[in-house]
Design a protein around this ligand. Structure first.
Ligand code: ADP
Length: 870
């Protein structure tokens, strides 16, 4: 009878004490101790009582008082040789250090407690201690270890059939899994835990586990399920009159609605939470909620309302000396003032926040405040300061290891679509990082053992709320940018397809007509004009191809071929192309292939040729006298190329940027030398695509050396793939085509002329019919016997695709053994267009504008494969 009364008194004193402990002096505490010392003589009751007082210290957030009593308890237990109480007191002390951010110290203390509990074989104390050690590991981020300990706890709890313990450890294990990212297992354990508490009808624990489950749902992005659970919890806590936890649920709900973009609902719930916290006098949370509401009003553009709430938050946090909330409020007030064009106030608030963050080493804080201060200073016209802040901002972002992301975010406004996509990927990564942080934080803060009676849900709510808010903003930006990128990506492709076709068609006419003029009889005096026409149209085609290539590379649509090549033939080919240019300028162009280089290699002839033409072409272009030397060797499984010139050289500071699109070493380059600044960029990307590397060594005035390495693969057989065709070979091919009958379907009369002229020039006795649309092509096909059809793709009345399909259908219905060869002539080189050609039943395609070999070789190959040639 006596004992019960005393415990009751102690509990009351305990709660009373811990609430007021801060204002008690030690002598007062001693005298209080004196009172109950006199009341009871039993050591265990005393020890129990101090234990409770200490625990109450945690409950009322007065850890210093908890530590004080725990030490008292330990000394007393030591004196009275109560080992179990020693272990318990140590656990309370360990809690203190863990709370104060000294996990190493708490780890040692807990281990001492563990030793004692094992010594006396007290399973319950051992369970508590193991739980505490697990929390230390959790706080250090070592979740594997924490999980180990929790599994041990589960086993012991099962051994001693402690159902409540089983429920708790299941929940802890569930949280560990969730934190490790294994949300599925996490959820399974949490659900098991909830079942146990349901069996025990332990409503409080059910609610707590429910909030953990809701947390996992949030992490899974399953906000609807989370919403359901939190709503149930809200009703429960309102029902039992637990305003604090109910307010926590309200904040959680607000967080979810913010994430779903429903700020109206979010405000509604925050308002309710605010009232709850005000009622229970929880000022820290009133301050925080006010700030969150201020933020929403700010985002809605209601600056006055925003300022009102932020100022309220600031005042409250000043009162309770919550410096973090205070700094955050100041930073945000600064932002609002900037928007209101009250720059000096904005700057002063911003700097106060910045000082605090710098003092506390809060990198995130410094980064965001310096970012907002940059804007304030710019608006105020103080560019020097703005620059300083901007620098600080980047430095911080750097240390947050996300400088690239931020740069990309800013550049998003000005850069090409390609850059935008990259920026978005980076941002997505950053978003992931923030979510990861959010997870870690939420999990760190929620801890079962300390959590009994603590503001579990509210802490969870705040962490998630704040993070969700940040991520939401990013999410909106990301979504918007993504949409824009996708749209512009589509437009770009369409645009390119159209433009390519539109430009190529007249280009083909110009280049083809120039050819015809050149080979027909003409006054010698016109040579120079014809040559100018030829060079100009060739240049235009190169630029057109470059732009198309670049967009193909960006869209990941450029495929690299790998066929067997004769290295020397590749080199000879581009030397033939460039030697005239070198001769014209009086330069010596020479090459050497080292003995160790294999004769045959695997590679993409077109792309290799393109890289070499770019590099050697540049060397010739930027060299006025001297020589251009090419050296090829093979080392360490790499094929190594060197292109050295004695030209103008490249300043050191430009040697990186010239590999970027549209970059030239000097602003005057285009004027003096021509070019678009695309060649090196494409070459680099082509080298990268083949897993090689490209670099330059040069100094201004002393010539340049470009190098590139490509991984070397030697073909298994000696057969050489399709390669560059010499004029002689072309003539031989053309000869074997003698007397063929061809139908040309082409609507453009110039193109008709060119094809006719080219074919008749090269192929003896060729008979050619021409029609201007697909429909007429079918008629002609029905009534004649052709060897081959050259089919333009875009034609009026019926296009080339359709006509081809109809012809193939006709052949099928007639059960013909052989089908006619149909070769597309297309001005669009986009992969989709070419795929469409094959899908329609065409056998090959010829690009427009074409080089003569591009016309003759496919015709030859087609007819040869059918043995139609002599
Ligand atoms: P373009 O030649 O069309 O301007 P590139 O991308 O091929 O574009 O080259 C980019 C820039 O790099 C050139 O404008 C020039 O300033 C510099 N450059 C490239 N090759 C050389 C070279 N061999 N010597 C000097 N400068 C060069």
């Amino acid at each position: 009878m006596k004992i019960k009364t005393i415990i009751l008194i102690v509990t009351v004193i305990g709660s009373f004490l811990s609430i007021k402990a801060q204002s008690f002096s030690e002598t007062q505490q001693d005298s209080l101790m004196g009172i109950w010392k006199d009341v009871t003589q039993q050591d265990t009751i005393r020890l129990n009582a101090i234990q409770r007082i200490a625990m109450e210290g945690y409950r009322f957030k007065n850890p210093d008082s908890a530590l004080y009593y725990a030490q008292l308890q330990y000394d007393f237990a030591l004196k009275t040789k109560h080992k179990n109480f020693q272990a318990l007191a140590l656990n309370t002390q360990g809690d203190y250090y863990l709370l104060k951010g000294n996990p190493d110290k708490s780890f040692d203390i807990f281990n001492l407690a563990l030793k004692i509990s094992e010594e006396i074989n007290n399973k319950r104390t051992k369970l508590i201690t193991l739980g505490n050690i697990s929390r230390v590991y959790e706080s250090k981020g070592n979740i594997e270890k924490a999980l180990d300990y929790n599994l041990q706890i589960l086993k012991i709890s099962e051994d001693i059939q402690d159902k409540k313990g089983i429920g708790r450890s299941l929940a802890d294990i569930g949280k560990n899994y969730a934190r490790k990212g294994d949300l599925k297992s996490g959820l399974a354990y949490l659900k098991r835990s909830k079942n146990i508490f349901e069996e025990l009808d332990d409503k409080n624990s059910i609610a707590t586990v429910r909030s953990f489950i809701a947390n996992v749902y949030m992490q899974q992005g399953n906000l609807d399920e989370a919403l359901k659970l939190i709503t149930i919890n809200l009703a429960y806590f309102e029902d039992v009159g637990n305003k604090t936890l109910a307010a926590g649920c309200l904040s959680n709900l607000a967080g979810i609605y913010i994430n779903q973009g429903d700020t109206k609902k979010a405000l509604h719930y925050l308002e309710k939470a605010l009232v709850h916290f005000e009622e229970i006098g929880n000022i820290p949370y009133v301050a925080k909620i006010s700030q969150n509401m201020g933020q929403i009003y700010y985002e809605q553009g209601n600056l006055e309302r925003a300022l009102e709430y932020m100022t309220n938050s600031l005042k409250l946090s000043e009162v309770i000396k919550d410096e973090n909330t205070e700094a955050a409020a100041k930073q945000k007030i600064g932002i609002i003032f900037t928007e209101q064009e009250k720059y000096s106030q904005a700057i002063s608030y911003g700097n106060e926040a910045l000082n605090f963050y710098q003092k506390t080493g809060d990198v995130m804080g410094v980064s965001s405040t310096s970012g907002s201060l940059t804007k304030s200073y710019i608006a105020d016209g103080n560019y020097k300061k703005a620059f300083e802040m901007n620098e600080l901002y980047y430095k911080m972002r750097d240390s947050l290891n996300s400088k690239e992301n931020q740069k990309a975010l800013i550049e998003v406004q000005v850069q090409s679509d390609y850059e935008k996509q990259k920026a978005i990927d980076d941002l997505n990564n950053e978003k992931k990082m923030v979510l990861e942080q959010q997870k870690t934080l939420a999990q760190q803060r929620i801890s079962w053992a300390i959590g009994i009676g603590l503001l579990l849900s509210s802490i969870l709510a705040y962490v998630i709320f704040n993070k969700l808010k940040e991520t939401r903003k990013q999410k909106v930006i990301i979504e918007e940018q993504k949409k824009k990128v996708e749209q512009s990506e589509k437009h770009k492709e369409q645009f390119l397809a159209n433009m390519s076709h539109e430009i190529r068609t007249p280009m083909h006419a110009i280049s083809g007509m120039t050819n015809i003029l050149e080979r027909n009889k003409h006054p010698k005096s016109q040579d120079v004009f014809l040559k100018a026409m030829r060079t100009s149209s060739d240049n235009l085609v190169v630029i057109l191809n470059d732009i198309l290539d670049l967009s193909k590379i960006e869209a990941g649509k450029l495929d690299i071929e790998s066929i067997s090549l004769n290295l020397e033939a590749v080199v000879e080919n581009f030397i033939q192309i460039l030697k005239f240019k070198a001769e014209e300028k009086g330069l010596t162009l020479s090459y050497e292939i080292s003995e160790d280089a294999p004769a045959l290699i695997m590679g993409d002839p077109t792309r290799l040729n393109q890289i070499l033409i770019n590099l050697v072409g540049n060397a010739i272009k930027f060299t006025e006298k001297g020589n251009v030397k090419i050296f090829i060797s093979s080392t360490n499984g790499q094929l190594h190329f060197e292109i050295k010139d004695t030209g103008i050289g490249i300043p050191k500071d430009k040697q990186k940027s010239i590999f970027e699109s549209f970059e030239q070493a000097k602003g005057s380059t285009t004027r003096y030398y021509g070019g678009s600044g695309l060649g090196l960029s494409i070459s680099k990307q082509l080298v990268d695509l083949q897993n090689g590397k490209i670099w330059v060594e040069s100094s201004e005035g002393n010539g340049s050396a470009f190098y590139f390495d490509l991984p070397l693969t030697i073909p298994k057989t000696n057969a050489v793939g399709q390669r560059f065709i010499s004029e002689d070979k072309l003539k031989t091919m053309a000869k074997s085509l003698k007397g063929i009958r061809i139908l040309i379907a082409e609507d453009n009369p110039f193109n008709q002329m060119i094809a006719q002229d080219d074919l008749s020039y090269y192929i003896e006795d060729i008979s050619i019919d021409t029609v201007e649309n697909g429909m007429l092509a079918i008629d002609k096909f029905k009534s004649n016997n052709y060897d081959l059809i050259l089919m333009d793709v875009q034609m009026p009345v019926m296009n080339g695709f359709e006509a081809t399909k109809k012809i193939r259908d006709l052949e099928k219905s007639k059960g013909l053994a052989t089908t006619i060869s149909i070769i597309a002539m297309t001005a669009s080189l986009l992969k989709t267009e070419i795929e469409n050609c094959y899908n329609a039943g065409m056998n090959n395609y010829i690009p427009k504008p074409y080089k003569v070999e591009e016309l003759i070789v496919p015709i030859f190959n087609e007819l040869k494969s059918k043995n139609e040639l002599s």
